[in-house]
Design a protein around this ligand. Structure first.
Ligand SMILES: [Zn+2]
Length: 533
């Protein structure tokens, strides 16, 4: 990680008052002179600070980022700080650490090409300053990791956790022998991986060999547990560091196996996802087994990255097909990918039934309770969106929805933000570098229009509807607003104003305006292609 940033920007000041509340972030998109500029000293004035550790907000205070690090927190006027090269006025705003997305993938195409900058912008606009890619094109992501660290691209910081298959040469055979698993782990280390993501049905001996080699190579591991011989019980016993999604945790809590009907075909996405939604509501689900597993996860320091937002369409398909931000921000290549099909991963919607949704909803309730129990026991939980596969799961938007679902699972908003900040940093091994607003740590900071502890949806890059009273945004429980008062109105506001990574400020309305332009251009292009056919 490099922190040396040249001074490029002239002194600039932006005031909070310059942005009317009743606009979406995109509509407010005046090009901001500070956007993506590297400055030596960036001053954030008059901010309420959310530390990122589930301790209460405090302030207002000033913060100074110098050479990409948090250099001062206090009062810039009375403490005679060095002169800043640029200032962000955070009056009335909240500042929190950047979000660590522990489960994502870079997609250069879905059904049709997808500009990488589309995904990068959406993640930054959703407050993601660090993105752990858990499977992708190894060499490309490695290059983007370097480009992001050197600030050659506008992108979150990248943490590279390849799947072992990403390390195979073209046409190289992989027969899943223990020696092959070990060799691929060593290859990952030699080629510069930060960690490993295991996936697919694995037998216990394969897991043992892989995790043993990963420990020897000092590579941290996370796993998407498929329905295989090894469940979370095996992965936890054998020393995995993190579990993605929910599958293996539930499998390990059954007395016996899941009651699959005779026609079950694991190659069929409808069968696979339909039955996965019944996992936690199996008649042989044993809560004592679950609790013991969660205890062991806590004792061994195994984290959980549940990616609850990924599967939401399974419990409410019509909502997921009609989200209001699709109008301006859904790229047609993603839109096409989402459509029901028998071939694409996660598009299992053909004939999706009310019963399947009901079972998924029941499944979520038990899953959320398990997650809450894990948190209460002291388990480490992170935020990941795994977007770009299932309806509704759109890059960045999925991260903010994930926060909302953690609140629904029973966590206090301060705890939810700790999942996104300090806990995420711990899981990627960077807890001494980022994830908190603290002197000396990397200046990855979000300047939020409003208080996300009051409403996590304020972080949504589309913004959200708020109550205004005489032109001021107020809490909708406010006692000053009487029933029938015509001065109470709905306004659209919120959103993150600035996402700051390594001390470099990115203006979210500008990022979202660019996304809208990419979408508009791609739709026009697709329209031309279709009309030529
Ligand atoms: Zn994934």
């Amino acid at each position: 990680m490099r922190y040396l940033v040249p001074v490029l920007a002239a002194v600039a000041t932006l005031t909070a008052a310059s942005r009317p509340i009743a606009q979406t972030p995109a509509a407010a998109g005046q090009p901001a002179s500070l956007h993506a500029k590297q400055v030596k000293r960036l001053l954030i004035k008059n901010a309420m600070v959310i530390p990122g550790t589930a301790t209460p907000a405090y302030g207002p205070v000033d913060l100074l980022a110098e050479d990409g690090l948090i250099a001062r927190i206090g009062n810039s006027a009375t403490e005679r700080w060095p002169a800043a090269d640029a200032t962000i006025d955070a009056t009335g705003k909240y500042v929190m650490p950047g979000i660590i997305n522990t489960h994502m993938h870079w997609h250069e195409e879905r059904v049709g090409p997808l500009p990488l900058q589309y995904e990068r912008n959406l993640y930054l606009a959703s407050g993601v300053t660090t993105a752990r890619e858990v499977g992708g094109d190894f060499e490309k992501t490695k290059q983007w990791r370097a480009d992001s660290d050197a600030h050659r691209i506008v992108s979150p910081r990248i943490v590279l956790y390849p799947m072992l298959a990403n390390l195979l040469a073209k046409d190289e055979p992989f027969n899943r022998t223990r020696d092959e698993y070990r060799a691929l782990v060593r290859r990952a280390k030699e080629r510069g991986a930060d960690g490993l993501k295991l996936i697919g049905p694995m037998d216990r001996d394969q897991v043992a060999a892989t995790l043993d080699e990963a420990k020897k190579q000092r590579l941290p591991t996370t796993v998407h547990i498929a329905v295989g011989e090894a469940t979370a019980r095996d992965f936890v016993d054998l020393g995995v560091n993190c579990i993605e999604h929910f599958y293996g945790v539930a499998d390990a809590s059954l007395d016996g196996i899941q009651d699959f009907p005779p026609e079950m075909n694991y190659s069929n996405e409808i069968h696979r996802f339909g039955r996965a939604g019944e996992l936690y509501i199996q008649h042989n689900f044993d809560h004592a087994k679950l609790s013991k597993l969660l205890d062991d996860m806590v004792a061994k320091g195994v984290a959980w990255s549940p990616t609850m937002s990924t599967y939401e369409a399974a419990r409410d398909l019509v909502k997921a097909q009609n989200l209001p931000w699709y109008r301006d921000y859904l790229h047609p290549s993603v839109e096409e990918y989402y459509k029901p099909s028998m071939t694409r991963h996660g598009t299992f919607w053909i004939g999706w039934t009310a019963t399947q949704e009901a079972r998924w909803r029941q499944n979520y309730r038990v899953w959320m309770d398990a997650l809450r129990e894990f948190g209460l026991k002291g388990g480490t939980i992170t935020i990941g969106d795994d977007a770009g596969y299932l309806y509704g799961s759109l890059y960045g938007f999925g991260v903010i929805r994930e926060l909302e679902l953690h609140e629904e699972a029973g966590f206090h908003p301060l705890e939810v933000l700790r999942h996104a900040n300090a806990d995420g940093a711990k899981v990627i091994g960077m807890e001494d570098k980022l994830g908190r607003v603290r002197h000396g740590l990397i200046a990855d900071l979000l300047v939020v229009n409003g208080n996300p502890l009051e409403n996590l949806r304020l972080l949504n890059p589309y913004g959200t509807d708020l109550m205004s009273y005489n032109g001021q945004v107020v809490n909708n429980y406010s006692a000053i607003v009487k029933p029938g008062d015509p001065n109470a109105k709905t306004v659209h506001g919120g959103g993150i104003e600035w996402t700051i990574k390594d001390g470099i400020p990115y203006h979210v309305p500008t990022l979202m305006n660019e996304v809208k332009q990419m979408v508009t251009a791609a739709r026009a292009q697709r329209g031309r292609t279709t009309s030529q056919q």
